[in-house]
Design a protein around this ligand. Sequence first.
Ligand code: ATP
Length: 350
Amino acid sequence: MTSQDAVTAQNVVKSFGQGKVAVRALDDVSLSIRKGEFFTLLGPSGCGKTTLLRLIAGFEMPSGGTILLDGQDVTTLPPNRRPVNTVFQSYALFPHLTVRENVGFALKMQGRDRAEVEDRTNRMLALVKMEELADRATAQLSGGQQQRVALARALAPQPKVLLLDEPLSALDLKLRKEMQVELKRLQKETGITFVFVTHDQEEALTMSDRIGVMSAGRLQQVATPREIYTAPINRFVAGFIGETNFLPVTKGADGARLGCGAEVTALGEGPVLTVRPEQVGVVATDQPGAIAATVDTLIYFGTDMHVHLRLSDGAALVARLPLPPGGDPGIAAGDGVGVAFAPGAARLIG
Ligand code: ATP
């Protein structure tokens, strides 16, 4: 933990139930989220993302470990005594109040004077571009508009940390993309630390400063989107984020030896080589270092094509190649070709 950290979890454990029906939702999670960061917790359903968020908010108490906010131990503090606020997937707006009344609600409850409530509410409405609809009932708003109001309401009391639990998942794809941009802008403009929960890897890659990838109650890797994508730490992370190839290897003289006998240079250590499809090249069979392969199938995706390849030991891999000018790929199913990995792109993992 440093003074730059907004949220720290130290060896956090959370179990639900007892005995045979006990579920260990979080298993020794330690994490530091920096001030002003857009941090995303990413993982499949049931991996413990929401549980971690609820522990940070104070809606649940950990079975073990410590939670700090802004350097202060808040492990046993109730939600209303923590400098955080939460935006839920369901928005949870007050239906009998107008947009303006929803946004100003927490400020009024804090006992702030009228002028301050009005001023802050107006600023929040401007921030989410909802000034013109300020006096509407929330029931008359679209999903995207309701989400904006929920954000303004959560930001109004100026929390140090805003927790967002799959806030965009109820929106259709187009609106979701728009709100992704909006959220990112809001976070940068306010400078508030955002902790965002999603199971959508593309959403996580495009919005986050850093991502914590979770699986089965454990944090697998915490890194920038680029690092997570280019240097996944294990098989789970490599397979969950984007598409990738997995090839079993044994130790070679200079790196790794594939099942077909070819020697390849790869970073890291482990029994499996992973390489992204866009880092696999199809080259001439006599190019130095080329691995012999056969083309199984070609699949077109408009701007690029996926070439399914098979090595001499039967191992399969996919290359994603840009479609050449004129659209003729120059290869066909059944062709014998060479395969080469881009320098530094192949990694060995556990
Ligand atoms: P999703 O994306 O589906 O919301 P998640 O990653 O947020 O999943 P959690 O909701 O944190 O996962 O759940 C983690 C595990 O803890 C799951 O196995 C879940 O069934 C269990 N769990 C969560 N809350 C409770 C509870 N109140 N009682 C019992 N088990 C729970």
